[in-house]
Design a protein around this ligand. Structure first.
Ligand code: CA
Length: 364
């Protein structure tokens, strides 16, 4: 593409006036990925990020990752991403529908849509990339000179994230887990935008709004947002390697509500009839498998459980007379995640619970 140089310079100019905080070191935006859209041009553009990928089949080939940009004048930028894990589908479906439906004449500001961030993983229906086994959401800040997944992570963090005022990373439980659908804000110690994150979380208005504290990981896409001072939301919508109709409806409404929250579109989407206010909850303990076998859960999503009570059994298929290993809940609360894959190995997460949470006055 002949306009790469101009586009690169427009990324730099956007960054200098963008949302990042002073004093934050932004990784160099120098990338081998060719970007087919101009973030400063008005209208709708749907194109590809071309990740150089030289193989036996195609010596000078590329991985072409779909990207869309909608812009109408100056205004805030929202950056929607799905397919960070390839087998998490509700966000991918919602963003594909958004790309086809959104009329740029009806927005003020900019909407960046990356519906299948780890594209090789999304095409394979896998959490990780079949090319380099890359788990994108464990690879930030990435590496512009690394593997395909390294390059994708780097481009997202160094080029796309600094353009955003609000970053939204749409997940689900993938092939091995299922979640009660929720939007999530991480109010970690380093998050300088907690109040804005809570406001965005409540504006999304999922039936459940989850608060999480400090992450054990700093290689998430949201870790980069946090470093740059970009307000970040995520969410887990369904799982089990399928498309949940109910969770998809929650995502589709939520992404419109976030655009309305920033003033990019005029109107939020009304709550479905009969649905009450969002239930704000805080994530608590997980329960892990202590052995390897066939997992029989004793509790379902949404059920209340008590720490220390029986959570499930792990059966040993190869030895019928061997008694199953009985697991106990690691925490009390509502089951918000359960392992759906039948087979488990020692160390696999089986349950995750949350409890009701009152947002502190200083964050309202
Ligand atoms: Ca995920």
């Amino acid at each position: 593409m002949s306009t790469t140089r101009r586009k690169t310079s427009s990324v730099h100019s956007a960054r200098s006036s963008g949302a990042s905080e002073p004093g934050v070191s932004v990784p160099s935006s120098k990338s081998r990925i060719e970007c087919g859209v101009d973030f400063e041009r008005d209208g709708r553009q749907v194109s590809w990020l071309k990740v150089p990928h030289s193989t036996h089949r195609s010596g000078h080939g590329s991985i072409c990752i779909p990207i869309a940009v909608f812009r109408n004048g100056r205004g805030p930028t929202i950056f929607f991403m799905a397919g960070n894990h390839g087998d998490e589908y509700e966000g991918q479906v919602a963003l594909l529908k958004l790309i086809r439906a959104l009329d740029p004449a009806t927005i003020s500001g900019r909407v960046i849509v990356l519906p299948a961030a780890n594209f090789p993983a999304a095409m394979a229906g896998q959490r990780t990339s079949p090319i380099d086994q890359g788990n994108l959401n464990r690879m930030f800040p990435g590496n512009p000179d690394g593997t395909a997944t390294d390059m994708i992570a780097h481009f997202i963090g160094a080029v796309l994230m600094p353009l955003a005022n609000l970053f939204v990373d749409l997940h689900s439980g993938g092939s091995s887990m299922e979640f009660t659908p929720y939007a999530m804000a991480r109010l970690s110690t380093a998050n300088t935008r907690k109040k804005e994150a809570v406001a965005a979380l409540l504006a999304f208005d999922a039936p459940m709004s989850l608060i999480q504290g400090d992450a054990a990981e700093n290689r998430f896409a949201s870790s980069i947002a946090e470093q740059l001072g970009v307000v970040a939301l995520a969410g887990e919508f369904g799982g089990g390697g399928k498309v949940s109709v109910a969770a998809l409806a929650i995502v589709e409404r939520g992404i419109r509500n976030l655009m309305a929250h920033l003033g990019i579109i005029e109107k939020a989407v009304p709550r479905p009839p009969g649905r009450g206010p969002s239930r704000v909850m805080k994530a608590k303990e997980r329960t892990y498998a202590s052995d390897t076998g066939l997992f029989e859960p004793y509790a379902s999503l949404g059920e209340s459980v008590v720490k220390g009570t029986e959570a499930g059994a792990i059966h040993f298929v190869d030895n019928p007379l061997r008694p199953p290993a009985v697991e106990t809940h690691g925490g009390s609360g509502m089951v918000m995640s359960v392992r759906t894959a039948g087979l488990c190995e020692r160390g696999d997460a089986l349950f995750w619970v949350a409890e009701d949470y009152a947002v502190p006055a200083e964050l309202k």
